[in-house]
Design a protein around this ligand. Structure first.
Ligand code: 8X3
Length: 255
């Protein structure tokens, strides 16, 4: 057996930026062979090269989690899988229910829920075969409480949360644990800008006056912590917010 084959394999979706990229860094540093997946191949190739250059084991695989045949082909290409971090997702729009675009809702459901479903279904056999598998679902505090303008995203993140909770019930007794990490306000380079379709001014308002929103690295640290617990320890749900955010609605802003 080669040294490469000896390391546990962690697959991270949405690894091209933000929480996904930071999680890949943390899991590589913690001794995983990381498989970075995302649609943007150039980004994950660059990150994989950076990690490999730092002495870690990392590879990139361009993948759209909403494309089931592609996900199945990806799963078939892996020789093992010990950890799956379902991170790919995001928000589109912040419109009221009365005027929200059904296409935004559909796309959010597709990526946040069905993407997680595709990856989890495809990799569950390998995770089980590992003897100590971990499925992480990166949901959101939006999956636990709603807010005005959030319905489409909140509905999708509720879907991801329910997938995690139900899967945990259904596979109890198998050697796979299911961890949900629900971040609150995280300032990443893309989340709010994508949500507001490139409107950087509006995106900046989300974090206005908040002294220390969470960083992608803060969240990745909690994911890596949950993954690194002994296999019999299941962190069912980890809600992580910045100190300045007491609830989705209650944010301390110094302005
Ligand atoms: C992001 C949290 O409050 O923008 O997942 O919905 S929020």
């Amino acid at each position: 057996m080669t040294a490469a084959a000896a390391l546990p394999v962690a697959v991270v979706t949405g690894a091209s930026s933000g929480i996904g990229a930071a999680t890949a860094r943390h899991l590589a540093a913690a001794g995983h062979r990381v498989v970075l997946t995302a649609r943007r191949e150039d980004r994950i190739r660059t990150l994989a090269a950076e990690l490999t250059g730092a002495g870690h084991q990392a590879e990139a695989y361009a993948l759209d989690v909403t494309d089931r045949p592609a996900v199945d082909a990806f799963a078939a290409s892996l020789d093992r899988c010990d950890v799956l971090v379902n991170n790919a997702g995001g928000a589109l729009g912040a419109d009221p229910v009365a005027t929200g675009d059904p296409e935004d809702w559909r796309r959010m459901y597709d990526v946040n829920v069905l993407g997680t479903l595709h990856m989890t279904q495809a990799l569950l056999p390998a995770l089980t075969a590992s003897g100590a598998g971990t499925v992480v679902v990166v949901s959101s505090t939006a999956g636990h409480a709603t807010y005005e303008g959030g319905a489409g995203y909140v509905a999708a993140k509720n879907g991801a949360r329910v997938l995690a909770e139900t899967l945990r019930l259904e596979i109890v007794g198998t050697p796979v644990r299911v961890v949900e990490v629900a971040p609150g306000m995280v300032k990443t380079e893309e989340f709010a800008t994508t949500r507001f379709r490139g409107d950087t001014e509006r995106a900046a308002k989300v974090y206005e006056g908040v002294a220390d929103p969470l960083s992608a690295d803060d969240v990745a640290d909690t994911i890596a912590w949950a993954v690194s617990r002994p296999p019999h320890v299941n962190i069912d749900l980890l809600v992580v917010r910045p100190r300045a955010q007491a609830s989705n609605h209650k944010v301390h802003r110094e302005i």
